[in-house]
Design a protein around this ligand. Sequence first.
Ligand SMILES: Nc1ncnc2c1ncn2[C@@H]1O[C@H](COP(=O)(O)OP(=O)(O)OP(=O)(O)O)[C@@H](O)[C@H]1O
Ligand SMILES: [Mg+2]
Length: 144
Amino acid sequence: MKLQMTICELFQTDALAKAFSKVIKPPMIILFEGDLGSGKTTFIKSLVKFLGSNEVVTSPTFTLLNTYQGRFPIYHFDMYRLSSYEEALAVGFEEYFDKSRLDGVCLVEWPDNVEGLINDADFVVRIEKINDKTRKFTIEEFKK
Ligand SMILES: Nc1ncnc2c1ncn2[C@@H]1O[C@H](COP(=O)(O)OP(=O)(O)OP(=O)(O)O)[C@@H](O)[C@H]1O
Ligand SMILES: [Mg+2]
């Protein structure tokens, strides 16, 4: 599956999240790439809503991980403040990325900061800022 060249304004970002949410089920790992302020957390807020949680989604910049309960557990990571695989191990993140034990879905911002930690993601969402209001989204299956 590859969904590409979708130029989204904010309300369309929500609609894209709704469509994407329909293919998400445990155990899945989804990576979110894009510059600061590109819209990773914003898209995840919509996704979490469509995955059946009405919890408030905030950026886990300082907590590193927020957990929400939707139709299944949703683990929202922000690796921005980590800078290596070893640091991710030190905070105990390894267990979440073992598919045989994963009881929910992992949504991961800044996965490149912990290279080597996640080896079998399912999808990569890339977001590119076009201007103040529009973003280009590319969603594709993760290639190992
Ligand atoms: N079409 C759009 N889709 C998503 N966000 C948009 C769009 N247009 C504007 N925005 C705005 O862009 C900002 C994106 O911020 P957000 O925190 O989601 O980015 P982020 O990629 O998670 O950044 P960080 O790397 O700091 O975690 C929000 O203020 C959001 O309202
Ligand atoms: Mg963010």
